[in-house]
Design a protein around this ligand. Structure first.
Ligand code: MN
Length: 383
């Protein structure tokens, strides 16, 4: 028998059971396109089984940070008892998931981020990077994993139009998350892109009909990604989610134009932040890594800014946005340097951290910033 992703059948069975028994189901996703696509695939799978989702929640990256957090649990408290499916985050939420359990919320994690020193307390965890997962391919986006779970949940109820619609989302999410375009991902991407031009999803259709439509599909996909990543969070719903689940094409077109304007403004601000960092770095060539922060840098822009600085300096880059009590940061590293490993060494100083070797994030109390920097300095000078 071919190997399968660990716990995938178990997760599908538990979700089907929850639908059958009419349990309350909460969908919780990261607020980027991968998380949003994951939530939509799961929601529409459950709907096609005849089930109902009682709440959808995306954390506001600026206010709440990444992953499951206290504020979110406060909001979701009233929904207990419930089954919460956490997608594209959760694998590093040790304290928060313990809290969820106490509240009567059972958690299934569908994640693709690196497993940290231990596993969180969840009832079922699907993450191809966990120990004992024998499935040979490890580089799925979260939406790719959720797509595989959807196949298990729906079985022969997966019609070809439903499959195509899920593949479109999983393909765009895999590209957006910059996962390697090989093996299972290649199958997902080529499947999704081959049907994208005929999409029935108004929120995607709109991109083909707004302004001067792009004839180059890859270019158009980059536009979709930029627009979706420029959206914010309103009433715990991400704007990309609102767009991609919108039934009206006319409304979707208006929203695409609005997000497109936001995206332009965002890119302009990222450029300014990168320039500010370059000015600070002038003459400081000997340092093994870059560690810079600002109190007016939006969290959403740290990742893209760190990517650019990392590309030009070929060094690990840690950027953070300093708020009143703590700071939220994004990390990018050149190939071969594992940022999650670096932070694992300094885990005691951090509130949360995690992600992928080349792209990750952290949250740290402001009074620990200096210690964190020193800890990283030790790690990188030993490398
Ligand atoms: Mn992801």
């Amino acid at each position: 028998m071919a190997e399968e992703i660990k716990n995938i059948k178990k997760a599908a069975k538990r979700i089907r059971e929850a639908v059958k028994k009419g349990e309350d189901i909460i969908l919780y996703g990261d607020a980027d396109l991968d998380g949003v696509s994951s939530v939509i695939i799961m929601k529409e799978s459950i709907r096609n089984l005849g089930g109902k989702v009682s709440a959808v929640y995306f954390p506001d990256r600026e206010e709440e940070g990444y992953g499951v957090n206290e504020e979110a649990l406060g909001y979701l408290k009233d929904k207990a008892p419930a089954l919460m499916i956490v997608m594209d985050c959760g694998i590093g939420n040790f304290k928060e998931l313990k809290e969820a359990k106490k509240m009567g919320i059972e958690v299934i994690i569908l994640d693709h981020h690196k497993v940290l020193e231990k596993l969180p307390d969840a009832s079922i965890i699907v993450d191809p990077k966990q120990k004992g997962d024998k499935y040979p391919f490890k580089e799925f986006a979260a939406a790719g994993i959720v797509y595989r779970v959807a196949e298990e949940i729906l079985g022969d109820k997966m019609t070809s139009s439903l499959r195509n619609s899920f593949l479109e989302l999983a393909a765009i999410a895999t590209i957006a998350d910059m996962m390697p375009q090989k093996e299972d991902n290649l199958e997902i991407i080529s499947g999704g892109l081959s049907v994208l031009r005929d999409t029935n999803r108004p929120g995607l259709r709109a991109f083909f009909e707004v302004g001067r439509p792009d004839s180059d599909l890859n270019h158009l996909i980059q536009k979709i990604i930029s627009a979706c990543h420029a959206g914010g969070t309103k009433d715990h719903l991400n704007e990309a989610y609102i767009l991609l689940t919108m039934p009206s094409l006319e409304k979707a077109k208006a929203m695409v134009e609005e997000l497109w304007e936001k995206s332009k403004a965002k890119h302009f601000r990222i450029k300014e932040i990168v320039e500010e960092i370059e000015e600070r770095l002038a003459g400081r060539t000997g340092e093994p890594f870059i560690f810079e922060g600002g109190d007016d840098w939006p969290v959403l822009m740290l990742g893209p800014a760190a990517s650019r600085v990392c590309n030009s300096h070929k060094k690990p880059v840690f950027l953070y946005s300093q708020r009143e009590e703590d700071s939220q940061g994004a990390v990018r590293t050149p190939k071969g340097i594992d940022s999650v490993d670096a932070m694992k060494r300094c885990a005691k100083l951090l509130k949360t951290y995690g992600g992928h070797p080349q792209a990750s994030g952290f949250r740290v109390d402001n009074d620990k910033l200096e210690d964190f920097k020193n800890c990283l300095s030790k790690y990188f000078s030993e490398l």
